[in-house]
Design a protein around this ligand. Structure first.
Ligand code: DAH
Length: 338
C-alpha cells in the first residue's frame, strides 16, 4: 500500500509539472483528488487495512493529498500568470497614436441665439414672458383682432386640436396674456416655438419667434425705431441702416415690415438679399387700440409698440446659414460649428 501511494505521488508530481494549461490541470486534479479520484479511493480503502498499519498509511495518504493539492494550486497560479503575460505582450501599445478625444455636447445654436436675444433685450429693459404653444383660438387670433371670418387667418393656417385650440402660429398671443395679467407699463419679450402649415428652404412648419411689447404713456413710433436701431447694431455688431415699409397686421396700426441693410453685401446686392440690398427681419407697429378693449387698458392714456422677429431668420443672417432646415436635422457636423 505504501508503494502504491509512493507510485501515485511520483506519477502526479511528474504530471503536474508537465502540464501547462488550466483545463488539463483541472482534469488531472479531479482524477486524483476528486470524489472518484485515485487518492480518494486509497483513503476510502483505509478501513480495510490492518489496524496496526492504518495510522501510518493514513498519515502518508493525507500527507500525499496535501502535497498534491499544494502543487496543483501553485501550478495553476503559474499557468494563469503566464497566460496574462502573453496577453499583455500581444497587446503592444503605440504611444505615438493621438489620444481619443472626449465628446462634448453643447447648446443648440437656436437656443444660444435665443439666450443672446433675451440678454440683449434684457439690457434694454425688457422682461421675459412666456406662453403656451398649444393655444386658445381666442389668444392666437380673436383677441389680436383677427375674428373668425377675417382673411388674415389664411396667411397663418395651422394645426387644430379642436375648433378653439390650435398650435400657436406666432408669439403675439403672449402680448394679450401679459396685458391681461399686468397693467402698464409693460415691457416684455416672449421667445418661443410657433407652428404653421409651411415648408420650404426658408420656411419650416415649426420655427421660433421672439415677440416684443412695450406699452406705457407716450410711447411712439420713434421709440420703436430707436430701440430697433440699437438692437441691430448690438446684435450684428455694426451699424446697419433700417427701412420701415408700410404693411398690415390686424393687431398693429400703423404696421410696418422692417428691413435691415443686407448684412452679407452691405447693401450693394447679392444672392442672400435677392439683389435688393435689403433683408426683411421683422414685423412691427403701434399696438392697435382695439386690443386694449380685450385687456381693459385705457387707449386714451396708453400707447405702445410691438414687434415679432423670426429667430432662425436672424441666426441665418448672423452666421450665414443658407437653409432653415439645417437647424432641425440634428447633423452634428452642422451643429458643432457654433
Ligand atoms: N405675429 C406676426 C407674424 O407672425 C409678426 C408680428 C408683426 C408681430 C407685427 C408683432 C407685430 O408684434 O407688431 O407674422
Amino acid at each position: 500500500m505504501k508503494d502504491q501511494l509512493e507510485d501515485l505521488k511520483q506519477r502526479y508530481v511528474a504530471l503536474i509539472s508537465a502540464l501547462s494549461d488550466e483545463k488539463a490541470l483541472s482534469e488531472a486534479r479531479t482524477k486524483v483528488l476528486g470524489r472518484k479520484g485515485e487518492l480518494t479511493a486509497i483513503l476510502r480503502g483505509l478501513k480495510d487495512v490492518a489496524p496496526e498499519l492504518r495510522s501510518e498509511i493514513g498519515r502518508l495518504a493525507n500527507l500525499a493529498k496535501e502535497q498534491l493539492e499544494k502543487m496543483f494550486t501553485e501550478r495553476e497560479a503559474a499557468v494563469q500568470a503566464e497566460v496574462e503575460k502573453a496577453k499583455v505582450a500581444g497587446e503592444s501599445v503605440d504611444v505615438t497614436l493621438p489620444g481619443r478625444r472626449s465628446f462634448f455636447g453643447r447648446t443648440h445654436i437656436l437656443n444660444r441665439v435665443t439666450d443672446e436675444l433675451i440678454e440683449l433685450f434684457g439690457g434694454l429693459g425688457f422682461q421675459l414672458a412666456e406662453g403656451p404653444e398649444v393655444e386658445l383660438d381666442y389668444y392666437n387670433f380673436e383677441a389680436l383682432n383677427i375674428p373668425h371670418d377675417h382673411p388674415a387667418r389664411d396667411m397663418q393656417d395651422t394645426f387644430y386640436f379642436s375648433k378653439n385650440v390650435v398650435l400657436r402660429t406666432h408669439t403675439s398671443p403672449v402680448q394679450i396674456r401679459t396685458m391681461e395679467k399686468q397693467s402698464p407699463p409693460v415691457r416684455v419679450i416672449c421667445p418661443g416655438k410657433v407652428y404653421r402649415r409651411d415648408a420650404d428652404i426658408t420656411h419650416s412648419p415649426m420655427f421660433m419667434q421672439i415677440e416684443g411689447l412695450w406699452v406705457d404713456r407716450d410711447i411712439s413710433l420713434a421709440d420703436l425705431k430707436g430701440m430697433l436701431t440699437v438692437f441691430c447694431s448690438e446684435y450684428f455688431g455694426e451699424d446697419f441702416a433700417l427701412r420701415f415699409r408700410p404693411s398690415f397686421f390686424p393687431f398693429t396700426e400703423p404696421s410696418a415690415e422692417v428691413d435691415i441693410q443686407c448684412v452679407i453685401c452691405g447693401g450693394s446686392g447679392c444672392r442672400t438679399c435677392s439683389f435688393t440690398g435689403w433683408l426683411e427681419i421683422l414685423g412691427a407697429g403701434m399696438v392697435d387700440p382695439e386690443l386694449y378693449r380685450f385687456v381693459h387698458y385705457d387707449p386714451e392714456v396708453y400707447t405702445g409698440f410691438a414687434f415679432g422677429m423670426g429667430i432662425e431668420r436672424v441666426a441665418m443672417l448672423k452666421y450665414g446659414i443658407p437653409d432653415i432646415r439645417s437647424f432641425y436635422e440634428n447633423d452634428i457636423r452642422f451643429l458643432h460649428q457654433f
